[in-house]
Design a protein around this ligand. Structure first.
Ligand SMILES: C[S@@+](CC[C@H](N)C(=O)[O-])C[C@H]1O[C@@H](n2cnc3c(N)ncnc32)[C@H](O)[C@@H]1O
Length: 313
């Protein structure tokens, strides 16, 4: 595989994460073509309530969002198969000219862009393969722009990373632009655990796929049989900590990074966090980043929220 600036950035981030304590893989490794297919399967699991709750909110609120934003460009960060985007595309039909989805998962991005282009021929669909933390500033499109960040993907970022990302985004937004953010809310731990640990094992397969991707792309020697799937709720940080735990002490080499990793028996490898949010704290975070949260909508059960935020006027 050729090393580009983008893969170099990911490789360096992977080196730092694997040398950290606890050891960790950047969650981007979850989303190769196979991982994106697993994620789509997860969204259909009965206990993975997030996309359905978000859909309920979007169905009820997108006319108002369209009226308020009058967006000509819809940019979607981490769009994946864009299951709830159609609510926005339908509601914005009078003003929308361009849809610009950004995702690292190239195949999933192109498949969904093709489907959307066929279903909405009046809109120009311009997919960008890239990292939303790095490449947002390069996306095309005239204002007013609506930037959608759905599916609670923001929960995969650490608080400091989230703050830096939101501040950078706020600086890129023009006066007429807006951010639409979908976030999962803090709730009963049993329901959160059920959402990330389905009995059919799809979530485990999704997480294990990150090892497979790293073995392939970085010539690593992670053995699936040497790790168990491991899920923790972190009550202090209020995030699900999703990863793998070494069954025995062993060495793993990551040849392309020149690393030899020593795993102790029981040692964890974190693969993603999924932070859960509370209204007051998230609104404060948005304000600190230079964004004014104007609306906060939840589903009837209060499981999920969608926030519309603007640069301060
Ligand atoms: C949790 S899924 C959500 C997908 C979709 N928005 C939804 O609601 O179903 C996260 C998506 O973000 C993409 N992704 C994760 N990290 C990314 C990054 N740093 N830059 C761009 N895309 C990223 C993944 O490939 C995946 O499609």
């Amino acid at each position: 595989m050729l090393e580009t600036a983008a893969t170099h950035g990911l490789h360096e981030a992977t080196r730092r994460s694997l040398q950290a304590m606890p050891k960790e893989l950047p969650p981007v490794w979850l989303y190769d073509a196979r991982g994106s297919r697993f994620y789509d399967e997860i969204t259909r699991l009965p206990d993975y309530y997030l996309p359905r709750r978000e859909a309920e909110i979007m169905q009820a609120r997108t006319s108002l969002i369209a009226e308020r934003t009058k967006a000509r460009t819809l940019v979607e960060l981490g769009s994946g198969s864009a299951p709830n985007t159609r609510f926005l595309l339908d509601a914005l039909s009078r003003t929308l000219e361009r849809y610009v989805p950004i995702d690292v998962s190239e195949q999933a991005l192109h498949d969904s862009a093709e489907r959307i282009a066929a279903a909405y021929p009046a809109i120009s669909v311009e997919p960008v393969v890239g990292d939303f933390e790095r490449d947002f500033g390069t996306t095309p499109g005239d204002g007013p722009r609506l930037v959608a960040f759905l599916g609670s993907t923001i929960g995969n970022l650490y608080p400091a990373q989230r703050a830096a990302f939101l501040s950078a985004l706020a600086l890129e937004l023009g006066d007429d632009d807006a951010l639409l953010l979908g976030v999962d809310l803090v709730k009963d731990v049993g329901r959160l655990e059920a959402a990330y640990d389905d009995p059919s094992g799809v979530t485990e397969a999704f997480v294990r796929n990150a090892l497979r991707a790293v073995n392939r792309e970085l010539e690593a020697t992670f053995g699936q049989e040497r790790f168990d799937y491991d899920l923790l709720w972190d009550p202090a940080d209020e995030w699900m900590d999703v990863g793998l735990r070494a069954r025995e002490s062993h060495l793993v080499s990551v040849r392309r990074l020149g690393l030899e990793l020593d795993f102790a028996e029981g040692e964890r490898l974190r693969v993603e966090i999924s932070a859960k949010f509370r209204r007051e704290a998230l609104e404060l975070e948005l304000e600190r980043a230079g964004l004014s949260p104007k609306s906060w909508w939840t589903d009837a059960a209060g499981d999920f929220a969608v926030v519309l935020a603007h640069p301060p006027s």
